[in-house]
Design a protein around this ligand. Structure first.
Ligand SMILES: C[S@@+](CC[C@H](N)C(=O)[O-])C[C@H]1O[C@@H](n2cnc3c(N)ncnc32)[C@H](O)[C@@H]1O
Length: 242
């Protein structure tokens, strides 16, 4: 899958992708990432990309023409154009998976200042928000999309690593532990060092449900739970989670 990230701050994107799983995925040719500096498409002498807003008001607005030209430069018939925006549809693990399956080329536009001249929406397929808050620019949002999609692309990381990830199967992940075996008088749960695979599986199943029930009960979809999971959930509900 190819990503084209259109931004006024290319260094922000480049710094992140040079130091993460993303760089490994690029080296392994599982994804391709190009970072496009919108300023390169400014037509004025001083490379101006923003201006005061019509109607008055504080804050500058990104001009549509440089963004439009940047889109045209990278767009192909396979491209899907996404605008990062606090007003967009909220990004979730499900949308990350859908995008990974559905698109060969994602163009992600990062806004800045008060946003981009609204006429650019005529050239955008979807507006995506990463949550109900407002950030200074779309760079972090674009990296959220890039990272969460890349993670679920086959062979980027081991399938087992994200099969039980939070939000897969409408549950949160189970608790994980590593060395030291005892830390500040707290031992790792004994079952995890028992070598007993069935008991470890049961412990993790319980931990997933416990975490979801105590932290995000809104995620639980009882229709999708197995008989064993429903039994655990019933226990949690009657005994109360400690
Ligand atoms: C300061 S914000 C503009 C906010 C705009 N005035 C509004 O209230 O909807 C500048 C840019 O940051 C990005 N941005 C801010 N919050 C975001 C969010 N929650 N999700 C995705 N992008 C966001 C968008 O690209 C936006 O154009």
């Amino acid at each position: 899958m190819k990503f084209s990230i259109l931004t006024l701050f290319p260094e922000v994107i480049k710094t992140y992708i040079d130091q993460s799983i993303i760089s490994r995925a690029i080296k392994s040719r599982l994804i391709e990432v190009e970072v496009i500096d919108i300023r390169d498409f400014a037509t004025s002498k001083h490379h101006q990309v923003d201006d005061y807003q019509y109607g008055g008001g504080a804050g500058m607005v990104m001009m549509a023409p440089p963004v439009y030209e940047a889109i045209q430069k990278v767009k192909t018939p396979e491209s899907y154009v996404v605008l990062t925006s606090a007003q967009g549809q909220t990004w979730t693990q499900t949308t990350a998976r859908n995008y990974a399956k559905s698109y060969q080329h994602l163009i992600i536009i990062c806004g800045h200042y008060e946003g981009i001249d609204a006429r650019i929406l005529n050239y955008v397929d979807a507006e995506i928000s990463i949550g109900d808050y407002v950030m200074t620019g779309g760079e972090i949002a674009s990296l959220v999309l890039l990272d969460s999609i890349t993670r679920v692309i086959p062979d980027v990381i081991q399938v087992e690593s994200h099969l039980n990830d939070s939000f897969e199967n409408d549950l949160l992940d189970y608790d994980v532990y590593t060395k030291p075996l005892v830390w500040k008088d707290k031992p790792v749960p004994e079952v995890l060092v028992s070598g007993h695979h069935q008991k470890i599986k049961e412990f993790r199943e319980f931990s997933q449900l416990y975490n979801t029930y105590t932290k995000r009960p809104d995620l639980i979809n009882e229709v999708k739970l197995s008989k064993d999971q429903l039994k655990i959930l019933k226990e949690l509900k009657t005994k109360g989670a400690k």
